[in-house]
Design a protein around this ligand. Sequence first.
Ligand code: NAD
Length: 292
Amino acid sequence: MTYILDGKKVAKKLKDNLKGEIENLKNKYNRVPGLAVVQVGNVAASSIYVNAKTKAAKEVGINVFDHHLQDNIKQKDLIDLIEQLNYNDEVDGILVQLPLPKTFNEQEILDCITPKKDADGFHPINVGKLSISQKNDENLLIPCTPFGCLLLLRELDVSLAGKNAVIIGRSNIVGKPMAQLLLKESCTVTIVHSKTVEIEKICKSADILVAAIGKPELVKEDWVKDGAIIIDVGINRVQINQQKSKIVGDVNFEEVKRKAFAISPVPGGVGPMTIACLLRNTFISCKKKLLV
Ligand code: NAD
């Protein structure tokens, strides 16, 4: 029987643990972690993500500082806000919801967040630390989605060392950091992407296949080896009819489930883990500050 990697369940466990740890911090230091959530404009999908992150943060006892800005603000205004948050003692994590409107230089904005408060783990310093550290150190600020994928894999109680891992997608927020994490778990890692030749053949060699593409149900049964572990990162809204739509992943779940040893569903797989890992990063930043 195929093992379904239930992200909601694993994320709940993570959040319950965090809640306890935050309670301990509060008792010991009279301080709880603070997360500043910055959203520019009113893209519906971004608002859904921001609401979900805010709700989850409050549930575990993190203070949320909400900064919802009009999309006509200037790059400099946003940089000024980030500078203020960098110096605000009550803020331990800063999250700028992506994508920003096209008029912004996203990387310049992300670079302004002090690495110590980089809740998403996207700052070049944290990207560098992830790349050069020998282990997947629990105290690094690691991009939330790939770390969530790794925690899902760890649920399986299967040794990752020596496994062939294939990652579809080479983005800075998922594909590349996922490769770093799996490399440190001693997997043999291959990244494939939109220009890869014979992609199905390479995917079929994977013991672990991570799909982070953004193309609904692109990965079919014949891309997958018998007994593979499949992590589906994709979030794609598809129209069922004129009125209704639904969310699907990058993997054709029903087909691939028949061959896989384990598979994460969409929704309810990687998504909840991403949020839990964001809370974890905020907690780590706070703890590090209190312990110096
Ligand atoms: P991206 O657009 O930045 O990168 C997509 C990657 O897929 C690119 O590297 C591209 O080369 C590759 N690609 C595109 N078409 C391809 C094809 N036909 N064959 C092979 N590779 C192809 O996207 P991203 O930000 O990495 O996100 C990927 C998906 O994951 C999206 O659906 C996104 O919504 C989702 N996502 C989910 C979470 C979560 O929490 N579950 C978090 C982040 C992103």
